[in-house]
Ligand binder design. Structure first.
Ligand SMILES: Nc1ncnc2c1ncn2[C@@H]1O[C@H](COP(=O)(O)OP(=O)(O)O)[C@@H](O)[C@H]1O
Ligand SMILES: [Mg+2]
Length: 256
């Protein structure tokens, strides 16, 4: 059974067809790539899978169960997590607090617990503090735990966001342009980092990227979107020399 399966997914924004007849099957453990020029519909695909939008047509299955139309928190609870093209962090808070907030957003205290500092609540807070620190240690960002996020290097901020996404213990992690704003050295490091977290957390990873070297080096299978349609898919070697892909990307391909 595929981890994620999408059948004939189409999405319209008013009169704009952002995604048209999108199909995919992603197997557990894959690092999958989604590429295409700006405005091709890549982020929309991720927004559809995570329940930010409901597809106009088509179906999405996760672990064999249909998730089309579920709310984002329901989909998150089933095991799909994501990061954003533009970082979504509490920049005035510490890295540790950012990670802890991701844990808190999953739990709901009863009304009583919200008003009184019950023992159960204190224990829960201790557990979250412990788990957040441990997660940051595993990602090798624990040395930044008490630093305010706005003062951290961009690459570290990206890792803090990934830590937040991992707090929900996902099976599938969607990364929307994880190397945006990075130079070549940071990019290399991020490639190794993504492989490592895939193994360490038993993840399947689906990523959107522009940097060819990054996508080609990481992904076993790549799908190419152009004007909302898949114009090519295959292993990196094939995609790289596909004339239609080169044409669609003309002027936008980042060689790095
Ligand atoms: N919420 C929205 N409302 C209307 N149009 C949107 C919305 N989100 C994206 N679009 C449009 O859909 C198309 C695909 O956008 P997007 O998925 O962000 O592309 P990509 O991530 O590939 O750059 C673009 O034309 C974009 O302007
Ligand atoms: Mg995008």
């Amino acid at each position: 059974m595929a981890l994620l399966e999408i059948r004939n997914m189409t999405h319209w924004f008013g009169g704009l067809r952002a995604v048209y007849n999108f199909n995919t099957r992603i197997e557990p453990g894959e690092i999958r790539g989604l590429i295409g020029p700006n405005g091709a519909g890549k982020t929309t695909v991720f927004n559809l899978v995570t329940g930010f939008y409901t597809p106009t047509e088509g179906q999405i299955f996760f672990l064999g169960r249909e998730i089309t139309g579920l709310r984002p928190h329901q989909i998150g609870r089933l095991g799909i997590s994501r990061t954003f093209q533009n970082l979504r962090l509490w920049t005035h808070l510490t890295a540790l607090d950012n990670v802890k907030i991701a844990y808190y957003s999953q739990i709901r205290y009863g009304l009583i617990g919200a008003f009184f500092n019950t023992r159960a609540r204190r224990e829960e807070e201790e557990r979250i503090d412990h788990e957040a620190r441990q997660l940051m240690r595993m990602l090798d960002i624990d040395q930044y735990a008490h630093r305010v996020v706005s003062g951290l290097p961009y690459g570290i901020q990206r890792k803090v966001e990934i830590a937040r996404a991992l707090a929900t213990k996902p099976k599938l992690l969607l990364l929307d342009e994880p190397t945006a704003g990075m130079g070549p050295a940071e990019m290399e490091e991020t490639m190794a980092f993504i492989r490592r977290i895939r193994d360490q957390f038993n993840l399947t990873i689906w990523l959107i990227e522009h940097k060819m070297k990054f996508v080609m080096g990481l992904c076993g299978w790549i799908q190419v979107l152009n004007f909302g349609e898949i114009i090519a898919e295959g292993p990196p070697e094939e995609i790289q020399r596909n004339p239609e892909v080169i044409r669609a990307y003309l002027g936008e391909m980042v060689e790095l």
